[in-house]
Design a protein around this ligand. Structure first.
Ligand code: F6R
Length: 616
């Protein structure tokens, strides 16, 4: 969702406009539809803003053109919630006196009521946004006699909702006030010289590795090269430790690939190998908690939810207990009267910031004895704070909006937990478990070989499907998760309405769409559902469907039934069907990627999407 980048410096040799523009550009991946920059010089605010992508806006107005003597600037990319993406609705938003500028991520839920009260007091509003109430509230508090910082504290007392925000004031040119409540904000620092703020670390990583991670209900006063932190609830000063970011900016740059999405698809073998190094003790403690649990749920959103569907299938196989999957946004509604106090909940989230997942878990934790086991890719993310145990997948930063490498590392992590459960329960012999472990260790090699040898085939399939704006991915058993994830990727980056569905269930309705040449992609690992899947393939073939199948290398049966096959390497006893969500999904990611390019789209910037969804 929206992105914030800001800087305050005492250095004369910094080209502020360039730094700010580059900083906010590094947050483009979060998804946005407008951009704005405010700077301050000579007791005046200078605003540049418009709707559209940064590149388009640059052609009309130079966002980086800010006064030479300016030492402070805030930039914002907006993902429209309240009000259409227009210039007026773009951030920053100002008060009546044009002295206070605010950029804001999140939503002020009671803005209508606040706006009504402020209007009655004579405040004039220009936009349709919820954000605009904030500068007016601060203005009001300043008129009551509070200083800049305390006005922000007082103003926010009347706001409900989630926010990460930054405020500047022409009469306080030496400071920026920043507040975090449920919307991530990080502060970067070059001590004594320059301070940065951003909604995500990659925005300032080329400039400094030293940072402070803000927690909920914290306020920071940023000065050039120094920061003071306060607890928003009592306005008392707090101490925070500087963290040094260890990962390299290369990890957040394209490294020669045309897009982040492609780079991240190709990073999967490494991401998986790194994630395999997760501490055995931690995996065991997850396994123990699940083994002793009566009721187990798994919750997540989007791709993380599909990873959960695949993972819960693998865990249940060894655990011998059903794990109920529930989309995070439905969690509280569906379990309001039935969540037992001794339940264990597995929460899966790449960002650890998805508001619906965080809220589901926060609610669940109000029940005594509920335990939360979290799998995330981001250390210290909000979700981790409400969790009893946390595994951090080692996918590295994922910048592409469409999740790829985090999906495979999430499934892998759940599979690793499953194998620890198998060892604990001794449901399989040691030699059987070893076979699973060998197969899991072979997944990076299988993916690497596939990606090396199949790009031309995938591009040919993209051309074959050129005219097909709708088709199905069909599967049975564990592969339904793969089919759903494949469908989601095509919807996201290629704007095609492709549905991932149960092959058996497709007879109960969707099959009526099938005409001569209608493409159906079957996910067909030779697992326990294979024979029945062949029956489903026949049904669709009989109706003229064009059969494209994802099979393992030596599958002659489905090969003969198919018009086109995509073959997943099957290195002898090193392949296992139960891990097919890991080895088969990259083919569908690649299909989505090249379909996106074929239709002239930018796979890194899907329309209307955001990397981190921080609104309900
Ligand atoms: C799809 C995608 C989204 C996310 C979803 C959850 O490619 O990226 O569907 O999976 O928004 O996000 P996290 O995993 O951060 O909770």
């Amino acid at each position: 969702m929206c992105g914030i980048f800001g800087i305050i410096t005492n250095q004369g040799n910094i080209s502020l406009g360039k730094v700010v523009l580059e900083g906010i550009k590094r947050l483009e991946y979060r998804g946005y539809d407008s951009c704005g920059i405010v700077s301050l010089s000579n007791s005046k605010l200078y605003i540049k803003k418009d709707s559209g992508k940064i590149e388009e806006i640059q052609k009309k107005i130079n966002l980086a053109d800010i006064p030479n003597d300016s030492k402070l600037a805030l930039a914002h990319t907006r993902w429209a919630t309240h009000g259409r993406p227009t210039r007026i609705n773009s951030h920053p938003h100002l008060d009546c006196s044009n002295k206070i500028a605010v950029v804001h991520n999140g939503i002020i839920e009671n803005f209508l009521e606040l706006r009504k009260n402020l209007s009655q007091k004579g405040h004039l509003f220009k936009s349709e946004t919820d954000t605009e109430v904030i500068p007016h509230l601060i203005e009001d508090k300043m008129e009551e006699g509070f200083n800049f910082k305390d006005s922000v504290v007082e103003a926010l007392k009347s706001c409900s909702g989630a926010y990460g925000l930054a405020v500047c004031h022409v009469d306080y040119p030496e400071s920026i006030i920043v507040v975090r409540k449920e919307s991530p904000l990080v502060i970067g620092i070059e001590e004594g010289k320059t301070t940065y703020l951003a909604s995500d670390i990659p925005a300032f990583l080329p400039l400094t590795r030293k940072c402070y991670i803000m927690e909920d209900d914290e306020l920071a006063v940023l000065k050039a090269g120094e920061v003071d932190f306060y607890d928003l609830n009592n306005n008392k000063k707090i101490e925070k430790e500087i963290q040094v970011i260890k990962w390299n900016i290369d990890a957040a740059e394209k490294g020669g690939y045309e897009h982040f999405m492609l780079k991240e698809i190709y990073e999967q073998p490494t991401a998986i190998k790194n994630t395999m190094k997760i501490s055995k003790d931690l995996l065991k403690s997850f396994a123990n908690t699940l083994w002793s649990a009566e009721n187990i749920y798994i919750t997540a959103a989007g791709t993380s939810y599909y990873a959960s569907l695949a993972g819960k299938f693998i865990i249940s196989k060894f655990l011998g207990k059903y794990i109920s999957p529930i989309e995070c946004s439905e969690f509280q509604t569906q379990l309001s009267n039935s969540l037992k106090s001794d339940s264990v909940i597995i929460a899966v989230s790449q960002s650890g910031e998805t508001i619906d997942t965080v809220e589901a878990i926060r609610w669940a934790k109000t029940k005594k004895n509920v335990k939360v086991l979290t799998i995330t890719n981001v250390v210290g993310s909000t979700l981790t704070r409400y969790s009893d145990k946390v595994i951090v997948t080692q996918a590295g930063p994922e910048i592409g909006v469409a999740a790829t490498k985090t999906y495979s590392t999430q499934v892998l992590t759940l599979a690793l937990i499953a194998l620890e459960i198998a060892k604990l329960r001794k449901v399989e012999s040691e030699s059987e478990i070893e076979k699973y472990e060998i197969a899991l260790r072979a997944t990076p090699q299988i993916i690497e070989n596939f990606l090396k040898n199949n790009v031309d085939l995938i591009k040919d399939i993209v051309e074959t499907l050129e005219q097909s704006a709708q088709f199905f991915f069909l599967a049975r058993g564990i592969s339904i998760a793969t089919a759903k994830e494949g469908g989601l990727k095509l919807k996201e980056v290629a704007c095609r309405f492709i549905e991932g569905y149960s092959a058996a269930h497709a007879k109960h309705g969707p099959i009526s769409l099938v005409r001569e040449g209608f493409p159906i992609i079957f996910i067909a690992p030779p697992d326990e559902t294979y024979q029945r899947l062949i029956g489903n393939i026949m049904e669709f073939k009989a109706r003229g469907g064009k059969i494209i199948s994802l099979i393992v290398e030596n599958d002659k049966t489905v090969l003969e039934l198919s018009d086109i096959t995509i073959k997943i390497p099957q290195p002898g006893d090193k392949y296992h069907n139960i891990f097919s969500p890991i080895t088969f999904t990259p083919a569908l990611q690649l299909l989505a990627y090249y379909t996106s390019l074929h239709h002239g789209l930018d796979p890194d910037k899907p329309l209307n999407l955001s990397k981190t969804v921080t609104v309900h």
